[in-house]
Design a protein around this ligand. Structure first.
Ligand SMILES: Cc1cc2nc3c(=O)[nH]c(=O)nc-3n(C[C@H](O)[C@H](O)[C@H](O)COP(=O)(O)O)c2cc1C
Length: 333
């Protein structure tokens, strides 16, 4: 009889039946699809993000005494109604997903300022969410603004959300920080999880039409190497959970993430390119590998090859690249 494999993990205080989380995307914007993902074996879902602007619209509208008089144009009213409705629908999505699936539901907010929208965290908590993920969408692209300006924004957002809710907070980050490791360590003092990394729209140029286009929405499996490096470097140095996000397309990428030190992985592109069956295949593949290597739980492999655990920590930094060229030259001799 084949040995049962325990895939359960703890993630920012939540109990997950597997380390695979369906990342924020259209796949997590409908209850039916969330139920399907839960049945396929995801440990949790991060709902499609609600934008800070949508929440602000709702807050502003509540201040208006006479809605119809305030809107001179029907067009504005429709815009008002749609946005307000979306906020209400989001809270409904949280409570319905909780009712119909037996997994933790993490709300997600796309934000770029620390402002009044943060009071919305209490509505999210009341609707039954298990945690909040903050997609702090700020590119440090303004040459007039300092590192301190950008850093402070993250801390102000986390503080503001914490003042309004007791839910665990995950922060989803990009890698455009000069002091990435130091900043992550500091953030982990306040946040319950760091999600590395977010994927932005990347610009491309259409040479025929001479205009800016999208560089493509989905990740490639090779995008995972960047994630793996930082998970491996940060494992054991943070006070928070660690989630790998970006380029996880199969069971081996999930296993590698955990071996480097991630508590969980988040997936989006693989759901679009392979469908929900990607989750089942990842789970089967993980179980098979763990069984073959005589492990009985996924937790046994966590951080086994993180930077702290290996005899040549430099392999996570530059040495690997130099070695490639020395091997390459050598093989030509
Ligand atoms: C079509 C699409 C929609 C997405 N929407 C959101 C979103 O609303 N909020 C968010 O935080 N991330 C969003 N993401 C980013 C994903 O959650 C994820 O972080 C990123 O795609 C990297 O993971 P992957 O390589 O598995 O795709 C979206 C990604 C895709 C492809």
């Amino acid at each position: 009889m084949s040995q049962n494999i325990d895939l359960s993990v703890k993630y920012m205080g939540l109990d997950l039946k597997s380390p695979i989380i369906a990342s924020s995307s259209d796949f997590t914007s409908k209850v039916d699809s969330i139920v399907e993902l839960a049945e396929a074996g995801v440990g949790a879902v991060v709902l499609k993000s609600l934008f800070e602007e949508q929440i602000m619209y709702d807050i502003d509208s509540m201040r208006m005494n006479n809605m119809f008089d305030s809107y001179a144009y029907t067009e504005d009213y429709i815009s008002y109604y749609t946005k307000q409705h979306e906020v209400g629908k989001y809270l409904e999505l949280i409570s319905e997903s909780k009712k119909r699936s037996n997994i933790p539901v993490i709300a997600s907010i796309n934000c770029s300022t620390a402002s009044e929208w943060m009071s919305f965290a209490k509505n999210v908590e009341q609707a039954g969410a298990d945690a909040i993920e903050l997609n702090v969408f700020v590119l440090p692209s303004d040459p007039e603004k300092s590192v301190d300006y950008y850093r402070k924004l993250y801390f102000d957002v986390i503080d503001g959300v914490k003042q309004n809710s007791n839910l665990p907070i995950a922060v989803k980050l990009h890698y455009y920080f000069t002091d990435l490791a130091a900043f992550m360590v500091e953030l982990s003092e306040k946040a319950d999880s760091l999600v590395l990394f977010n994927r932005f729209f990347s610009p491309d140029i259409d040479l025929n039409k001479m205009k800016i286009t999208s560089g493509g929405s989905f990740s490639n499996p090779s995008d995972h190497f960047q994630v793996l490096r930082w998970i491996g470097i940060l494992n054991g140095k943070l006070n928070s959970s660690l989630s790998a996000s970006g380029g996880v397309h199969d069971a081996s990428a999930v296993l590698k993430s955990v071996i480097a030190g991630a508590d969980v992985v988040q997936i989006a592109s693989s759901l679009y390119t392979q469908g929900v069956v990607a989750v089942t295949q990842m789970i089967n593949g993980m179980e098979e590998w763990l069984r073959e290597k005589n492990y009985s739980s996924i937790r046994e492999i966590k951080g086994l090859l993180s930077q702290n655990s290996i005899s040549s920590p430099a392999l996570y930094e530059r040495a690997q690249f130099m070695k490639y060229f020395s091997d390459f030259n050598h093989s030509k001799d």
